[in-house]
Design a protein around this ligand. Structure first.
Ligand code: 2HG
Ligand code: ZN
Length: 464
C-alpha cells in the first residue's frame, strides 16, 4: 500500500506541557507514542498525523484552561471525539496537540415533560439512545458507529445517519450547546426552550463547524416519541432508478417509514465475502433497498400493503424477528468495514438531487476509470436523502485525481460534495464547488471572530 497522508510535528514552547499537566493531572496528558498512536490515525487509515501529546480534560473549565494556555503559546489543537470521522478532520495532520473530549461523559436525566436530555461531548451516541429509551423516549439520530461516535463529534459534523428521513439530522435535534470558543470564552445555553428567539442561534452555527470555531462541550438534545414496534424488509430491484422511486413512494405512503437504505450487487457480494453471510435471495438483483418502519403498534401490515403497491419489486424478504432484522441490516451496515479490508479507501460522501441519483451512480465508475483504471468503486447510501457514499479503493492516499473527478461530477448535477461526513481536510480544496466566494469570505470572517488565533482545527474545512 502507498504511504498514507502524514502530518509533521513542530517543537513545542518550553513549559506548555508542564502547564497543561498542571491543568489536567498527569494521567490525562498522554505522550507515549504507543498510546497516542490510536489518536493520530483516522479510522480508515488514510490520514496519519503526529502529536506531542493527547490532552484529556474532564470538564468545560479544563477545556477553557487548555484553550487559553494554547492561545497564549500559539499552539494549535486538533479536536477529537471517538475518532470515527471519515474526512481526516479529527487527526493532527499539522502536528497539533490532540484535545480528546471523551472524558466529558456526563449524561443528565431525561426531562420527562419536554423529552430532552443534556449530554456531554464525550457521551457515546448509543448511551443517549439507551437513556432515552429507558425514560420512555427515543433519540432520532442513529448510525453504524453508534457504540463509539460521541455527541460532540456528531454535533461538530452535523451527523446524519440512518433516520434522517424521519427525524432530520443532528442539527434538527439540537436545542442548545455549551462550548468554549476559540476566543477562550465559554458560552452556555442549555435551558432547552423550544421557542427562544433571542438572537443568533449559536447551536446552529457550531453544529457542522467541524471544530473550527470552538469546542462543543455539551449539547441539549430533543428526544422523539418512541416507536418500539419495528419491521424490516429487504427489497431487490432491477436498478437504482426503481429502488429510488420505491423509496419515494414508500415515504409518501408510510408515515412510519424510518429508514430507506440503498446498496448494489457488488457491495453485497463484498459484504458477504467478508462477513460470511448467506445470500438474501435465491437470485441476485442489481440494486437493493433496505427499509424499516417503526410505530407504537406493529407496522408490518402497513409496510406489506405499501410494498404491495410498488411497481418493479423483484424480491422481498421481511424480517419477522429481531435476529433476522439484524441480519438484513448487516448487509447494509457492514459495507464500511468490508470496504476497509481492501485498503484505505477514498470516501466521497455526496448528495444528489433525487432525480439524478441513478444516472450519477451509473456514471461514477466510468469517471473513476478514466483517471484511475485500477481503482474500484463501491456505492451505497441513504436512498431517501439522495445521499450516496462513493468509496474508491485501489488509489494511493495522496492521489486526489479520483476525488477531483467525482466531486466535479457531483457539482455538475447540482449536488453537495459533503452530505453528512463534513469537509474535513479531505475535501477542503473543493469547497468552492458548492460555496461562492462571498460565502467562503463570510465563513472566514466568522472563523476569525470566534477563533482569532486559529487555535481550533486549523487545517479543517476552509481552503488554504
Ligand atoms: C454510512 O452510511 C456511513 O454507513 C459511512 O455514513 C459511509 O463508509 C462510508 O462511506
Ligand atoms: Zn451514511
Amino acid at each position: 500500500m502507498t504511504k498514507a497522508v502524514t502530518g509533521t510535528q513542530p517543537g513545542l514552547p518550553a513549559g506548555l506541557l508542564a502547564e497543561l499537566r498542571e491543568v489536567l493531572g498527569a494521567p490525562h496528558l498522554l505522550t507515549d507514542p504507543e498510546v497516542t498512536a490510536s489518536f493520530t490515525t483516522d479510522w480508515t487509515g488514510r490520514f496519519v498525523g503526529a502529536t506531542a501529546a493527547v490532552l484529556r480534560p474532564s470538564s468545560t473549565a479544563e477545556v477553557a484552561a487548555v484553550l487559553s494556555a494554547c492561545r497564549r503559546h500559539g499552539v494549535a489543537l486538533c479536536l477529537q471525539g471517538a475518532n470515527t470521522g471519515l474526512v481526516g478532520g479529527g487527526v493532527p495532520l499539522q502536528g497539533e496537540l490532540v484535545l480528546s473530549l471523551r472524558r466529558l461523559a456526563t449524561l443528565g436525566p431525561v426531562d420527562p415533560l419536554s423529552g430532552q436530555v443534556t449530554a456531554g461531548a464525550g457521551v457515546p451516541l448509543a448511551d443517549v439512545q439507551a437513556t432515552a429509551r429507558a425514560a420512555g423516549w427515543a433519540y432520532g439520530v442513529d448510525m453504524a458507529s453508534r457504540q463509539s461516535a460521541t455527541v460532540g463529534g456528531t454535533v461538530a459534523t452535523n451527523a446524519g445517519g440512518l433516520r434522517v428521513l424521519r427525524y432530520g439530522d443532528t442539527r434538527a435535534q439540537l436545542l442548545g450547546v455549551e462550548a468554549v470558543l476559540g476566543t477562550g470564552q465559554t458560552v452556555s445555553h442549555l435551558a432547552g426552550l423550544v421557542k427562544d428567539n433571542t438572537g443568533y442561534h449559536l447551536p446552529s452555527l457550531l453544529c457542522g463547524s467541524e471544530g473550527t470555531l470552538g469546542v462543543v462541550t455539551a449539547a441539549r438534545l430533543r428526544l422523539v416519541p418512541p416507536a418500539p414496534e419495528r419491521v424490516v424488509a429487504l427489497l431487490g430491484f432491477g436498478g437504482v432508478g426503481p429502488a429510488v422511486a420505491a423509496a419515494g413512494a414508500l415515504r409518501r405512503r408510510l408515515g412510519s417509514l424510518e429508514a430507506a437504505e440503498l446498496f448494489v450487487a457488488d457491495g453485497l457480494d463484498l459484504v458477504r465475502r467478508v462477513t460470511g453471510a448467506g445470500p438474501p435471495f435465491a437470485r441476485t438483483h442489481p440494486a437493493y433497498l433496505l427499509v424499516e418502519a417503526a410505530a407504537a403498534s406493529d407496522p408490518t401490515d402497513d409496510l406489506a400493503q405499501a410494498i404491495g403497491s410498488l411497481e418493479a419489486v423483484g424480491d422481498v424478504a421481511v424480517a419477522v424477528d429481531s435476529v433476522r432484522a439484524a441480519e438484513l441490516w448487516r448487509y447494509r451496515e457492514a459495507h464500511t468495514e468490508a470496504i476497509n479490508t481492501l485498503g484505505a479507501p477514498h470516501k466521497l460522501d455526496v448528495t444528489l438531487p433525487l432525480g439524478s441519483l441513478a444516472e450519477f451512480m451509473d456514471r461514477v465508475p466510468g469517471v473513476v476509470a478514466a483517471v484511475a483504471p485500477e481503482a474500484r468503486c463501491w456505492l451505497f447510501g441513504h436512498a431517501a436523502d439522495g445521499n450516496v457514499h462513493v468509496n474508491v479503493t485501489g488509489v494511493g492516499p495522496d492521489d486526489e485525481r479520483v476525488d477531483e473527478s467525482v466531486l466535479a461530477l457531483v457539482a455538475d448535477y447540482g449536488g453537495s460534495i459533503s452530505a453528512e461526513h463534513g469537509i474535513g481536510v479531505a475535501k477542503r480544496r473543493w469547497l468552492g464547488l458548492n460555496r461562492s466566494e462571498a460565502e467562503i469570505a463570510t465563513f472566514r470572517a466568522i472563523k476569525s471572530a470566534l477563533d482569532p488565533d486559529g487555535v481550533c482545527n486549523p487545517g479543517v474545512l476552509l481552503p488554504n
